[in-house]
Design a protein. Structure first.
Length: 339
């Protein structure tokens, strides 16, 4: 049935018309094998996409897998900047994303032109860009960072050098708080999903679940509130953990808590529950779902392996410059999780 299934555009604009059943799974994996393709799925993807992927994780970990894989084709189930990063690290390979319209509000919050203008206002400053940026921005960057090594990256820069940190203002605030660095300038960008997970909401959920650990992504609007709750003794300090998505998986396997409140995109709950099924993981905000991530539907993935669409391109010079910023990140501290 799936072999002849017609992929259609739904009223919401995503690709539909396909049920993620056993026949779909068999067909996708058969076609991927024929195409010599490895399927990578980000932690925020739909559960059925995560479950069919050869590898699931955060964007940087998946991009490393893409570079090291023997497969000639990389199918990146995530958003566009992630597929670009895979292409940067594996320029000789074909990189496909099942729907090229899957963008990112955070990556789109700064352009290469805006960064060049900002740099001109601060000559001599070191540019540190979160890995969640476009290839064009990475090419204008001195050092990329992840959420787990951003503090180490900034600390590696001489204290007398100005630092331009982009694009996430909440991660930037976390870095400034940890380093105490006054010459750190922060771009006012944000992920609309993470920004929507707010402090009052976190405080209310924490009060209702006093025995729960708090796993907080530093992109969240509630990260400062989490530290306030800890500092005031409202929530025991050992229960508040500011973590990248990759580090959340590690923490899930080691925590003694029976319940964990999770502040990040809700797709992460699927991997956490697989990693530690005995723990009750609950979202701080059940509505924190990324529309862009959910554009990679079962139908979109089937279309991708059938037709070889959509291919991601990064021009060689941009890729060369961007790769340098990513490589310098890897050499400083422990990159850990990609987001």
């Amino acid at each position: 049935m799936v072999a002849t299934a017609t992929v259609e555009r739904t009223a919401s604009g995503v690709f539909g018309g396909v049920e993620p059943n056993a026949a779909w799974r068999d067909e996708v994996l058969r076609l991927a094998k024929e195409r010599d393709a490895v399927i990578l799925a980000h932690n925020y993807q739909l559960p059925e996409i995560q479950d069919i992927a050869h590898h699931t994780g955060d964007s940087l970990a998946l991009s490393r897998i893409a570079a090291q894989s023997d497969a000639q084709t990389i199918i990146f189930c995530g958003v566009h900047f992630m597929a670009e990063t895979a292409k940067i690290l594996a320029p000789e390979k074909t990189v496909l994303i099942p729907d090229e319209r899957a963008g990112c509000s955070l990556a789109d919050s700064i352009t290469g032109a805006q960064l060049r203008e900002w740099k001109a206002e601060h000559p001599g400053a070191v540019v540190v860009s979160y890995v969640n940026t476009t290839a064009e921005v990475k090419a204008e960057t001195d050092i990329c960072c992840t959420s787990s090594n951003a503090v180490d990256v900034v600390r590696s820069i001489p204290a007398d050098r100005e630092v331009l940190f982009c694009p996430d203002q909440f991660l930037g605030a976390h870095v400034k708080r940890e380093t105490g660095r006054e010459n750190l300038h922060i771009w006012a960008g944000e992920c609309h999903v993470h920004a929507g997970i707010n402090g009052p909401e976190l405080a209310e959920r924490a009060a209702a679940n006093p025995d729960a650990d708090l796993f907080i992504h530093p992109e969240c609007g509630c990260a400062t509130s989490a530290l306030y709750l800890s500092g005031e003794g409202i929530v025991p300090a050992e229960k508040v953990k500011i973590l990248s998505t990759g580090d959340m998986i590690t923490a899930a396997r080691s925590t003694n808590a029976r319940k964990v409140l999770v502040a990040t995109e809700v797709g992460m709950l699927h991997q956490l529950r697989k990693a530690a099924p005995e723990i009750d993981f609950r979202a701080v905000n059940d509505r924190a779902s990324c529309t862009y991530m959910k554009m990679i539907t079962p139908a979109a993935l089937l279309r991708c392996v059938r037709e070889g669409l959509d291919e991601v391109h990064v021009d060689l010079e941009t890729a060369r410059r961007a790769q340098g910023a990513v490589q310098r990140m890897i050499e400083i501290g422990q990159p850990g999780g990609g987001e």
